[in-house]
Write a protein that binds this ligand. Structure first.
Ligand SMILES: Cc1ncc(COP(=O)(O)O)c(C=O)c1O
Length: 418
């Protein structure tokens, strides 16, 4: 006989918030380069009963009973991650990209050790050594960046720093670098320093999975990623590594920094990885790149200067200075026009982090909604008109109305209430 359950009333307050968020995602154009929309199946699996289960440890070495299916799940997810990326070892437990990076750094270094990461102001992530992050507080971070003339990574400087400082670890990968990274150059720098190469492929892991971006996996000892950006999985992280680093990485994820894995998210990662193994996923990544190239071309036609002159990826970084507005004003104007994006520092930016001179736009989420190149022309027009009229609220409101009817052509989660 089942125990009597309390008859919960509907939580209308909470449901209203969820419904508003769904409405926001449906009605606006999502151009934050680090966001995407998971499939309805991944969305459903993220809410599975595995949310109830504790499984500290790893398959066959758990600290809790009842983990037989958790083991099956984790083994399956690891196998899919290894297969998708051709990796020797996969840890699928990191709760997010930052904890994946924390585990990677701790697997290689002791507090106070030297490492080399990309300057956050040039496109690196907080966890690549920024002074406000654990990565810059626990370890001694040194930075490389881009050249002022080309706005491309200064590989000669990376190699010089590696030789001079002999860091224990070199980290590559970025949050707002629109170009392909030359992993071989980073390998050379790491070899000259006797350092471990860690690549954070959070932004481009979807393109790597599809074979449309060079893979850092064969030439890095450790590769970290988020699962929710171009990879189009649930919010989370993963770490791939050479077999020789497997135990150190695993020990740092658990018990080093995390407790029990979020198994419901691990289940959703398993499904997202299976989706990424399908041929459709390659088509999606191809389209995402075509869309970004088209967006870049149209923005350039409209007189915008793109950092590095363009893009090879899913994102563009606009230098707004010739348009006499800053990143904060641009973000606000786009928001009023129904387009979600983020202000971003550009290399050698003179503005504060809270203001910035740049705007980052990505095409991963719009491509998932089904937009193709011809529709990117319209999107570029919305963006350009909004930025050129950033102080004119009535014009921004008109764009917002156009954006709302345009968005309706690309239904998001039809049938879902919240
Ligand atoms: C390159 C890179 N690494 C790591 C992260 C951190 O991921 P999370 O927000 O899941 O901690 C981000 C986030 O945007 C990122 O851009």
């Amino acid at each position: 006989m089942s125990p009597k359950r309390p008859d919960y009333p509907r939580d209308e307050q909470l449901e209203a918030i969820l419904a508003k968020e769904l409405g926001r995602q449906r009605d606006k154009l999502e151009m934050i380069a680090s966001e995407n929309f998971v499939s309805e199946h991944v969305l459903r699996i993220t809410a599975s009963v595995f949310t109830n289960k504790y499984a500290e440890g790893y398959p066959d070495q758990r600290y809790y009973g009842g983990c037989e299916f958790a083991d099956e799940l984790e083994i399956l997810t690891q196998a899919r991650a290894r297969k998708l990326f051709g990796a020797e070892h996969a840890n699928v437990q990191p709760h997010c990209g930052s904890s994946a990076n924390m585990a990677a750094l701790l697997a290689v270094m002791k507090p106070g050790d030297n490492f080399l990461g990309m300057n956050i102001a040039h496109g690196g992530h907080l966890t690549h050594g920024a002074p406000v992050s654990f990565s810059g507080r626990v370890f001694k971070a040194h930075y490389y960046g881009v050249r002022e003339d080309t706005e491309l990574i200064d590989y000669d400087h990376v190699i010089r720093l590696a030789e001079e400082l002999k860091p224990k670890l070199i980290m590559c990968g970025a949050s707002s670098y629109p170009r392909i990274i030359d992993f071989e150059k980073f390998r050379e720098a790491a070899d000259r320093a006797g350092a471990v190469l860690v690549t954070d492929m959070a932004h481009f892991s979807g393109m790597v999975a599809a074979g449309l971006y060079p893979s850092p996996v064969p030439i890095s000892e450790i590769v970290t990623s988020t699962t929710h950006k171009t990879l189009r999985g649930p919010r989370g992280g993963l770490i791939l590594s050479k077999r020789t680093f497997a135990k150190r990485v695993d020990d740092e994820v658990f018990p080093g920094i995390q407790g029990g894995p979020l198994l419901h998210v691990v289940a959703a990662k398993a499904l997202a990885l299976a989706e990424a193994l399908e041929p459709d996923f390659i088509d999606y990544q191809r389209q995402l790149l075509k869309n970004c190239a088209r967006l870049a071309a149209r923005l350039i036609d409209a007189g915008f200067r793109l950092v590095s002159g363009g893009t090879d990826t899913h994102l563009v970084l606009i230098d707004l200075r010739n348009k006499n507005l800053n990143g904060r004003q641009a973000e606000e104007a786009l928001d009023k026009a129904g387009i979600t994006a983020n202000k971003n520092t550009i290399p050698f930016d003179k503005e504060r982090f809270t203001v910035t001179s740049g705007l980052r736009l990505g095409t991963a989420a719009l491509t998932t909604r089904g937009l193709v190149e011809s529709e990117m022309d319209e999107v570029a027009d919305f963006v350009s008109t909004a930025l050129h009229n950033f102080e004119d609220d009535s014009k921004l409101k008109k764009i917002r109305e156009r954006v709302a009817s345009f968005s309706k052509k690309f239904p998001l989660y039809p049938g879902l209430d919240f």
